[in-house]
Design a protein around this ligand. Structure first.
Ligand SMILES: NC(=O)c1ccc[n+]([C@@H]2O[C@H](COP(=O)([O-])OP(=O)(O)OC[C@H]3O[C@@H](n4cnc5c(N)ncnc54)[C@H](O)[C@@H]3O)[C@@H](O)[C@H]2O)c1
Ligand SMILES: Nc1ncnc2c1ncn2CC[C@H](O)C(=O)O
Length: 492
């Protein structure tokens, strides 16, 4: 291979290619964008650092970006979410003229945290003379955060001391990140500042990554423009909800094959993901209890027929606990100690900070038993009359990608069509004055007309027959018959 890469097993490439070929049929949005923009090559010159779950669906996204002229380097945004056959197929390539040599991928299932942060460096540091990345495509914001922290510490002239266990804000992963940056500053001072200068913008996939972007922007620390892909309606109201509705039961069944029907399922968080999770579990016959902090979402859950309770009130009832909050410290060790024998605990939020895995490991006498990869039994009070255990999936990381293969292609086609359009927007509008439609170092959402375009690209495949507004109806509604059909403040 003439490119650099690190994947589990290149011999899986043929198997991956078959799955990618079938996925293309299920991703009409991406395939339509390849037809529409292929001739004009709008991403020619784009060098995209991608940090997003390396799945079969992501492979179709990557090969759409290269079909539009981009060079790409890719890592996964989670240590368990890579499908090794997809990674191998992307490295080998699809033999197209725009992608003759394949794409450098640095991702494999079951990375260590040290591996993970090594892969993040690989997508941000391009071969000598290549010019480095000029676009970032992020999911959760780890690549964007590494670059921003690198610039911050280079400006400070040093990397802070590693926090010690027990310090506020301590996590082992954060010490890994600081070690990476400390080595980098020693080896190549100014590297991250140089890289950041070349980046035209970042497009962010998910709710949690978007939160981090708005925080950076609010502090005036965002180093380049950003597009919040998550809040395209055709992303968050589809992927987050209908995607999890499909992939949560998939993950649970592959992990434990425990019957869900008749059981009590507790879903923490009733936002877009929690709504899909609750619907899926009710669809399997579970009695679903929701926890929420937001009175509006709590009222929605109640009106959708769910009991809404505090987690502490239902610990002894739940057979299944799923976190979907995008927040931290949701299920703590003392909660898990009070759960029923063999209760199943899993997370579908972006990060593993929703479930207190570190606290669980510190419980006196606790024993961790690997049932199979990404399925662990944690035994409390072993050898005593009160011995019991819980089953934790994917070590608290998102189980639909750790224990299964994530959302299906059709729903990811919506998300990734938004990603592709957002990449084209930021790359081609670089240098355009804001008053002429360019982008400042702020966070933007794609215009509704593009959101509706993504929806249109997916209607035929589902046999949708769209009604057209008459001229007088359009005038009555005060909209253009071709759309956009809703005001910006409309909530879908
Ligand atoms: N696993 C996947 O494939 C996948 C897909 C999309 C998004 N996500 C991630 O899932 C998470 C949720 O995404 P979302 O779009 O549903 O976000 P959201 O903001 O729409 O919903 C989160 C909900 O959790 C609630 N919440 C916050 N703290 C809580 C607490 N302590 N107790 C109970 N409820 C609480 C909020 O009020 C909100 O209603 C994010 O981390 C997002 O990045 C994962
Ligand atoms: N199949 C998938 N491929 C890539 N990413 C996936 C897949 N399923 C869920 N995700 C997570 C991305 C999702 O848009 C998010 O917001 O986290």
């Amino acid at each position: 291979m003439s490119i650099d890469f690190k994947v589990a097993d290149l011999s899986l490439a043929e198997a991956g290619r078959h799955q990618i070929r079938l996925a293309e049929h299920e991703m009409p949005g991406l395939m339509a964008l390849r037809r529409e923009y292929g001739p004009s090559q709008p991403l020619a010159g784009a060098r995209i650092a991608g940090s997003l779950h390396m799945t079969v669906q992501t492979a179709v996204l990557i090969e759409t970006l290269t079909a539009l002229g981009a060079e790409v380097r890719w890592a996964s945004c989670n240590i368990f979410s890579t499908q090794d056959e997809a990674a191998a197929a992307v490295v080998v390539g699809n033999g197209s003229p725009e992608n003759p040599a394949g794409v450098p991928v640095f991702a494999w299932k079951n990375e260590s945290l040290e591996d993970y942060w090594w892969t993040a460096q690989q997508i941000l540091t391009w071969p000598e003379g290549s010019g480095g990345p000029n676009m970032i495509l992020d999911d959760g914001g780890d690549a964007t955060m590494l670059l921003h922290k690198g610039v911050e510490f280079e400006a400070a002239g040093e990397v802070p001391e590693n926090p010690q266990e027990g310090d506020d804000g301590y996590s082992y992963e954060y010490t890994v990140i600081l070690d990476v940056l400390r080595r980098s500053l020693a080896e190549t001072p100014g590297r991250w500042t140089e890289i950041a200068k070349g980046v035209r913008g970042v497009t962010e996939e998910t709710t949690t990554g978007v939160l981090r972007l708005y925080q950076l922007a609010a502090e005036g620390r965002l180093l380049f423009p950003a597009i919040n892909v998550n809040d395209s309606v055709t992303k968050s109201k589809f992927d987050n909800k209908y995607g999890i509705r499909h992939s949560l039961p998939d993950g649970l069944n592959r992990a434990t094959d425990t019957l869900i029907g008749g059981k009590v399922a507790v879903v923490c968080g009733y936002g877009d993901v929690g709504k899909g999770a609750a619907e899926a579990l009710r669809g399997q016959g579970a009695r679903v209890i929701v926890t929420e902090i937001d009175p509006i979402c709590a009222l929605q859950a109640a009106m959708d027929g769910y009991q809404v309770a505090k987690l502490e009130s239902v610990l002894g009832q739940g057979d299944l606990f799923i976190t979907a909050t995008g927040n931290k410290d949701i299920i703590m060790a003392d909660h898990m100690a009070k759960m029923k024998h063999q209760a199943i605990v899993g997370n579908v939020g972006h990060f593993d900070n929703e479930i207190d895995m570190a606290g669980l490991a510190r419980v006196p006498g606790i024993r961790k038993v690997e049932i199979k990869p990404q399925v662990h039994e944690w035994v409390f009070d072993e050898g005593t009359d009160s011995q019991r255990s819980i089953i934790v999936l994917s070590e608290g990381r998102l189980l639909n990608l750790g224990n299964a293969t994530g959302h299906p292609s059709f729903v990811m086609s919506n998300s990734f069509a938004n990603q592709t359009i957002a990449q084209i927007e930021l790359f081609t509008k670089h240098g355009t004055p804001v008053e002429d439609g360019g982008y400042a170092n702020q966070v933007y959402v794609l215009p509704k007309v593009l959101d509706e375009k993504v929806a249109r690209l997916h209607l035929d495949a589902l046999g949708v027959e769209l009604t057209e507004l008459t001229k007088s109806q359009a005038e009555y509604l005060g909209v253009d018959a071709a759309g956009p059909f809703k005001p910006e403040h409309y909530r879908y």
